[in-house]
Design a protein. Structure first.
Length: 325
């Protein structure tokens, strides 16, 4: 909701999968190669998922999945400019001060490039299998709210006491410090509770929704800001788009149909967030359907071929026209 002509359209890249048929060591280096390519292509931030299993939309349950904070630390040591963030860290998986300490460490390693991405969490199977309590939706919003409160304290010069139902902190000494201007992103599509938390605590709202709902989501985010007296222009908004590319429209369509046949109804159910075509045609779709509807930035997920050398560069070049608009 900020002024695009002043700040430009930021483009982030989300690593889509860790399942390449490699050893875990080689898989890390494939991810690092994507980070380095994104950095060279002037992508604003690299995002990784915070899960213990691959998402059903993306890959098999027994596929490779790295722990997000450890992975970001490894990438921090081998990159120089690109931002680094989970998309998004579940408030159910970590004590907030442990998360603050992890982010501060990644920030120190990277020279000030760490960001905080947060959400409520939702993946019931991995919570159960790994011994975490998912809880009710109200429980999860409670944990997210307390996490945000504690992170606000952790970013202050003199952290105080937070006593919550789920989490607490008592004047923690942060060294290395968590920068006061560390960007906090909240991801989700809930127009009431999620967007209200973003208006209250976040610098960046990442909107998860079918593209047809984007105008309504933008309006809701603006309303949540206005309800608490916040200037909506101070809350940066982005949209996560899942891209299926090809050298021609036919090739892209063929790739997409193979993906749908492989992943089944789960993938088809998310079709409203899928963009199919050449890099240039997808850039046009995103410009018209997302940026043109009031969203400030994009986070792109190259679902099937982000690991293919040159793909990130191709997409970033096509999206650069939007960045300059």
């Amino acid at each position: 909701m900020s002024a695009n002509n002043q700040r430009g359209v930021r483009v982030g890249y989300q690593v889509p999968t860790f399942e390449y048929g490699d050893s875990p060591h080689d898989t890390f280096h494939r991810v690092l190669a994507q980070a380095l390519e994104a950095e060279a292509a002037d992508v604003d931030c690299l995002y990784v998922m915070d899960h213990f299993y691959p998402l059903p939309l993306i890959g098999p349950l027994d596929g490779t999945m790295f722990e997000s904070q450890t992975l970001l630390a490894g990438l921090a040591a081998s990159t120089t400019r690109i931002g680094l963030s989970p998309l998004v860290a579940s408030a159910t998986y970590r004590n907030p001060m442990l998360l603050a300490k992890s982010v501060a460490t990644i920030d120190a390693i990277s020279g000030g490039r760490a960001r905080i991405g947060l959400g409520t969490g939702w993946f019931e199977r991995e919570h159960r299998d790994f011994g975490f309590t998912l809880g009710t939706l109200s429980d999860r919003y409670g944990k997210l709210t307390e996490t945000l409160e504690i992170l606000r304290e952790a970013r202050s010069e003199e952290p105080g006491i937070v006593e919550g139902r789920w989490y607490r902190c008592e004047r923690p000494i942060m060294n290395p410090p968590l920068r006061p201007d560390t960007e906090v992103l909240i991801g989700g599509g809930g127009e009431k509770r999620t967007f209200a938390l973003a208006a209250r605590y976040a610098d960046h709202l990442n909107i998860l929704a079918d593209v047809d709902a984007v105008p309504r989501k933008v309006a809701a985010a603006r309303e949540r800001c206005e309800e608490i007296g916040r200037d909506p222009a101070t809350l940066f908004t982005s949209y996560t788009a899942y891209l299926f590319l090809g050298d021609s429209q036919q090739a892209a369509g063929d790739s997409y149909r193979r993906f749908l046949a492989d992943r089944g109804p789960i993938a088809a159910g998310a079709a409203g967030r899928h963009f199919v075509g050449t890099a240039e045609s997808i850039a046009g779709q995103l410009h018209e359907q997302v940026i043109g509807k009031g969203v400030d930035g994009l986070i792109v997920n190259l679902v099937v071929d982000g690991h293919v050398p040159g793909r990130i560069t191709e997409v970033a070049a096509a999206l650069s026209a939007i960045k300059a608009a």
